[in-house]
Ligand binder design. Structure first.
Ligand SMILES: [Zn+2]
Length: 210
């Protein structure tokens, strides 16, 4: 069964999430945006074994500690979709723009495509390409556990910004309405910022979707 722990990191309170299979203890770190030491301490306290780092999109506050943690745990960085390559390559510029400490540019070990599957212990995550906030944004879905990790596509009572480079409002709405919401009202999602919610609650109450 899927277990997870959210660790808000960076001044943007980005929801870095440690997710693990409670039968094997195999874990992944989703969107380690910064504060690598805090994430490492949480992982140690949980007693889980980090097997991979998963990335929803290339914004600094979601990837800032990824390379440091990949080196520490000797694991791969997997995702986003290749259309976010320009963001990984411009990490120093993103740092300057947002007043973050310097982060060296890096590229994921492996880009992801829609339909890919991620195995973690006995868990399986489906990969959906959900562009709009960024062109290469992807989302991780555990159908068995009715849980989705949606990055900055959808929030409780809000949606992702589309005013960043290569953002696209039509693409974002298509991603939410045609790809995420049809997965079912009973899916709980962990957004990149702020509280959790369900697709059903957002379909009924999110002011940007009604
Ligand atoms: Zn973002």
């Amino acid at each position: 069964m899927l277990q997870f722990k959210i660790i808000p990191v960076t001044p943007f309170e980005e929801n870095c999430t440690v997710v693990w299979c409670d039968e094997t203890g195999d874990a992944a770190i989703i969107d380690p945006g910064g504060e690598a030491e805090v994430i490492q301490k949480t992982v140690a306290d949980l007693g889980v074994n980090v097997k991979k780092i998963l990335i929803t999109h290339g914004h600094l506050d979601h990837v800032g500690a990824a390379q440091q943690l990949a080196d520490h745990y000797k694991v791969d960085i997997i995702g986003s979709d290749i259309n976010d390559q320009f963001l990984f390559e411009s990490l120093p510029e993103q740092c300057m723009q947002f007043g973050f400490p310097y982060v060296k540019p890096f590229l994921p070990t492996k880009w992801l495509n829609e339909g890919d599957k991620i195995e973690l212990g006995h868990l399986t995550f489906d990969v959906l390409h959900c562009p709009g906030h960024t062109p290469g944004h992807i989302v991780f879905i555990s159908s068995a556990d009715k849980t989705a990790f949606v990055g900055d596509v959808l929030f409780k009572n809000s949606i992702g910004r589309t005013d960043f480079p290569r953002g696209n409002y039509q693409d974002l709405m298509h991603s939410i309405k045609q790809k995420l919401l049809p997965l079912g009202d009973d899916i709980t999602f962990i957004p990149g910022h702020g509280p959790m919610s369900t697709f059903g609650d957002e379909r009924k109450n999110n002011p940007y979707l009604v």
